[in-house]
Design a protein around this ligand. Structure first.
Ligand code: SF4
Length: 232
């Protein structure tokens, strides 16, 4: 399976690293705030970037880039993801994997095979709100909890992250998220930005002052809680 998008040079996707970000098409969720609507809703129409082109680029840019971020869509659904990660790793790059956490077995294998250096897992909301915020009726919460527990076991560096949406997130949700992530290493609260590719429109960001309240709630449970995208 081919990647369907790439940002050849990014300073934002892997903290303190210069990276290339690759995007897979397709996802098992339909989060209304998703920025990659076309890739998620109609993967059959997504572009296909030849793997050889990506590898050629990564070989040539080894003196410029530190890392490769693999994002989506949901990358763990890519049938040959592990082979692709292995090819990238053979070039000596750090690899960050973004995931919604629904395929713990893929994350675990990638980590055990030394194919990823950092995992960023979305925590969409409190568990009871997952069906609404993912636009998906039957969410496999057991799988999500399994990925959370695996990451918290500390075999790989990681972050949890939540994109804050005014229409969904409440202080009660933050208490619940904090209680089930108690002891986690770090959590980012991300500012939502509407764009033309979002699956739904008309949603709003959580204002800065409210995000600070959410941050304070999570800090009761998690030592490192930061706002992302709220720079003022
Ligand atoms: S935000 Fe992530 S998990 Fe949600 S639909 Fe988009 S790609 Fe899938």
């Amino acid at each position: 399976m081919d990647f369907s998008g790439w940002e050849k040079l990014s300073l934002l996707d892997y903290d303190n690293r210069i990276s290339c970000t690759l995007f897979t098409a397709g996802c098992n969720f339909r989060c209304p705030f998703c920025h990659n609507g076309p890739l998620v809703l109609d993967p059959s129409k997504a572009p296909k970037i030849p793997w050889d082109d990506i590898m050629e680029y990564l070989k040539k840019r080894k003196n410029v880039l530190d890392a490769v971020c693999v994002s989506g869509g949901e990358p763990t659904l890519m049938p040959d993801l592990l082979d692709k990660l292995s090819d990238i790793k053979s070039l000596g790059y750090l690899i960050k994997l973004d995931t919604n956490g629904t395929r713990p077995e893929v994350v675990e294998i990638a980590v055990h095979q030394g194919l990823v250096d950092y995992v960023a897992m979305d925590i969409k909301d409190s568990f009871e709100k997952y069906p609404a915020i993912t636009g998906t009726l039957n969410v496999d919460l057991d799988a999500i909890q399994k990925t959370i527990h695996f990451l918290m076991s500390g075999e790989v560096d990681y972050e949890f992250r939540t994109t804050l949406i005014a229409e969904y997130h409440t202080e009660k949700d933050m208490e619940e998220i904090g209680s089930y992530l108690q002891g986690a290493k770090r959590h980012f609260l991300q500012r939502y930005i509407d764009n033309q590719d979002c699956i739904a429109h008309g949603l709003h960001m959580v204002p800065y002052q409210k995000a600070l309240v959410f941050q304070a709630i999570l800090q009761k449970y998690i030592p490192e809680v930061s706002l992302r995208g709220y720079d003022r």
